[in-house]
Design a protein around this ligand. Structure first.
Ligand code: FES
Ligand SMILES: [Fe+2]
Length: 384
């Protein structure tokens, strides 16, 4: 995040404190409750957003060395990401070209030389090429070069790995330039520079909530005072936050209670992460939260219209990790886990209440505008 942007956000939030105002305006917005449970809408979201958009499925820290691999199934497509001996990271459908078994069954690993299908032993090298057919004579003159693992588009940048979960045809380009997709956010992501960061932990949560309702819980601070009085609210000022739409993504900052210490200090020395957290909603299903010493990554995936799986991952730079004991990181993760359980308990009640007929639409107040923007963006993306 550019220093000028950091100062602007901090000034804006200090102004809110001084004048007891909030980041309100331009107006209230709504979204239909049906979009959270309608099976037709759900199918369109999965078919479009989770098949044709770049989705964060892994982190650079998981696949640094040739032979490292990660399996990811949350999009509904079985994805295998691995680094070849040439250093190139590739993504494949984790599906054997013989009779469609999953080729790799472990969630992750290293030092892999080949992927050997557990069913009949067909083997694939790290570039996805079919290199061995057991009892090959039984398959006549089958063309091995046409039976490699199906490639998926992949891009690794800023420490994150995005995959577009639709099989490419032979000869189709597998690389992807993520910068045009990120738009204005690429400056921030390149600035936070997470390329060398490690994945500290990653935990799945499976709330009975629509996958978008999971994202909603991150997009305003209005609820902190009421829902999180014993967990995260003590760290933050009451609803002092800024919200900004950046292309199809969102950028927010939430002020910590120490914000007012900045009064009178030279602006050149202001650092936003000292007194706020910065949060990004990466369209369509990822939230990044930057704090002083780590980045939380929350990815929400659809299971059914009213169920999702969210991966809560923590990325840390090796320097920060070395500075603090494991107990510190564990306490951090635990605090977040409790706050998430507070969010998801209320979220599950919301999901149950949607079809009751009490509301035909959700109402987003002026400082809940990020929710309005988010749902508009999703609606536009899946519009027929
Ligand atoms: S399904 Fe993989 S070798 Fe038969
Ligand atoms: Fe919350």
């Amino acid at each position: 995040m550019r220093h000028a942007d950091q100062v602007t956000y901090l000034e804006r939030m200090l102004h809110m404190v001084r004048t007891n105002t909030r980041d309100d305006g331009p107006g209230i917005s709504h979204t239909s409750v049906e979009e959270y449970y309608d099976p037709v809408r759900f199918k369109r979201e999965v078919g479009l957003l989770f098949r044709h958009y770049p989705i964060v499925v892994a982190f650079s820290g998981q696949v640094r060395k040739p032979g490292d691999f990660v399996v990811h199934n949350d999009t509904g497509q079985p994805i295998l990401v691995t680094r070849g001996t040439d250093g190139v990271l590739r993504a494949f459908l984790n599906v054997c070209r013989h009779r469609s078994a999953s080729v790799e069954v472990k969630p992750c690993g290293s030092n892999k030389r080949a992927f050997v299908c557990p069913y009949h032993g067909w083997s694939y090298d790290l570039t996805g090429r079919l290199v061995g057919i057991t009892d090959g004579a039984a398959f006549g003159d089958i063309d091995k070069s046409k039976h490699g693992l199906r490639r998926l588009k992949l891009v690794e940048k800023y420490g994150l790995i995005w995959v577009v979960p639709t099989a490419l045809q032979d000869g189709e380009e597998a690389s992807l330039d993520i910068d045009p997709y990120l738009g204005a956010l690429r400056v921030d992501l390149s600035g936070w520079d997470m390329q060398g960061w490690e994945l500290h932990s990653s935990e799945p949560v499976r709330p009975r909530m629509n996958w978008k309702l999971v994202i909603d819980t991150f997009l305003e601070l209005y609820h902190f005072r009421y829902l999180h009085p014993g967990t995260v609210y003590p760290l933050f000022l009451d609803n002092i936050a800024t919200y900004e739409r950046m292309d199809r993504h969102l950028r927010m900052a939430a002020a910590k209670r120490t914000l007012t210490e900045l009064e009178g200090q030279p602006k050149e020395a202001w650092r936003i992460l000292d007194h706020a957290i910065v949060l990004y909603q990466l369209f369509p299903n990822t939230v990044l939260t930057y704090t002083q010493d780590h980045c939380g990554v929350f990815t929400s995936f659809p299971v059914s219209p009213d169920e999702s799986v969210m991966q809560f991952s923590v990325l840390v730079s090796p320097e920060e990790k070395a500075k603090k004991p494991e107990s510190y990181w564990k306490a951090n993760v635990d605090l977040f886990a409790v706050a998430l359980s507070e969010d998801f308990a209320i979220g599950e009640s919301i999901q149950r209440n949607f079809p009751t007929g009490a509301n035909t639409r959700q109402t987003f107040g002026k400082f809940e505008k990020a929710l309005g923007w988010y749902h508009k963006e999703v609606a536009d993306a899946v519009a027929p």
